[in-house]
Design a binder for this molecule. Sequence first.
Ligand SMILES: [Zn+2]
Length: 425
Amino acid sequence: MRRITSLLLALLLLLNLTACGSSAPAAPGSSGPSQPEVPAQEETPASDAPAEPEPEPEPEPEPYTILDPTVQPEGGVRDGVTYVAYDGVVEHLFFHPVVAYPELAFDGDSKSDGIDDWMVTAGEYLKILQSVYDKGYVLVDIADCWSEQTGEDGQTRMVKNTLYLPEGKKPLILSYDDVNYYEYMLTNGFTYKLIIGEDGKLWSWGLDPQGNEVVSRDLDAVTILDKFVEEHPDFSPFGAKGCLSLTGYEGILGYRTQTDSKSWTAEQEANRQKEIEAVKPIVAELKRTGWTFGSHTWGHISLNTRTVETVTADMQKWFDEVGSLVGETPVLFYPFGGRLDGDDVKQSGPAFQWMQQHGFRIFCSVGIDSWSKCKSDISAVICDRLHPDGTTLRSAKSREKYMKFYDAKDIIDLGVRPQREVGWQ
Ligand SMILES: [Zn+2]
């Protein structure tokens, strides 16, 4: 029954996407810089012999450096850039998968309005990235923004870190909810999965409206940001990208790694193992290039209304089927924005405590600004995220609130979206 309820909720989510999100970065405060090894140069032997066709060489990944923004560069300068201490607000924007083909997403079917409400198109997303870049934001990893410290009373608590940023820059966290490539999305104008291309980089794979296979870096939120950072390396001075918030009920990243309690055959299990092997290099490449992961629960369940037993059983499944593939994470993204135990601001209820005991330290909901609070009774930080999407792009009030990032008027593509009301002129 619980399983059916989860599925129903999942279906509800798909029909009526509301605020959600998740991604999992490294352990809080401990995500030290990891220096990828520089691949050895292969020597090409000179030869006059007629060239024989050689097997395609495995692409050598380009080195990718990830740095810790809480460490001040020696002398305050790195690569000619001056870094200064920043203790202000760290802004946090989150996205859902972006619409690759508006003509499929906004075709007037039962999903159109939900997609219009909670998603942006690939074109709008790129314009948002360009705008936040132009306004001086730089990307930081969510797990670098707080650390766990032990106080004089012997209690551990989360504290906000001082970040050392290029002078004049402002920090920005990006997170991405439901990066699962749900079945319903495949026929509604989204990409199907992430793959590794012949160049060793991440690409998206999918079908265009005519049914042709498309491998691209311009249609998916992950690859668009990868490309943007390649073109604007100063947008990510520490190598951070975003935190990917994953459920588990339809697998992860476009790979069907989930179990199904309704029926399970040897064939299904064999296919699942194949998908697990296929997604491993994708996870590894994402991690290598600055992406982190967080939990969005297994079944996209409403954490504000479910019993502790339901929540913990669901999360155990997440650890088994998702955590086992992406690794430990301190970040939990609330499905539907529903706060644990109904309220995580005034209290740390039993479900909240269970999550904290199971490694979570950063609990993300959705709100009207990038509010955050380090709790005093337990080592945890709770925070809200802003949500660039159709609801906020269309609203006059939101347009004002988001003006520090972009002007919705310049971003929204009314030519492809459904003919629905816009609150501003
Ligand atoms: Zn969600």
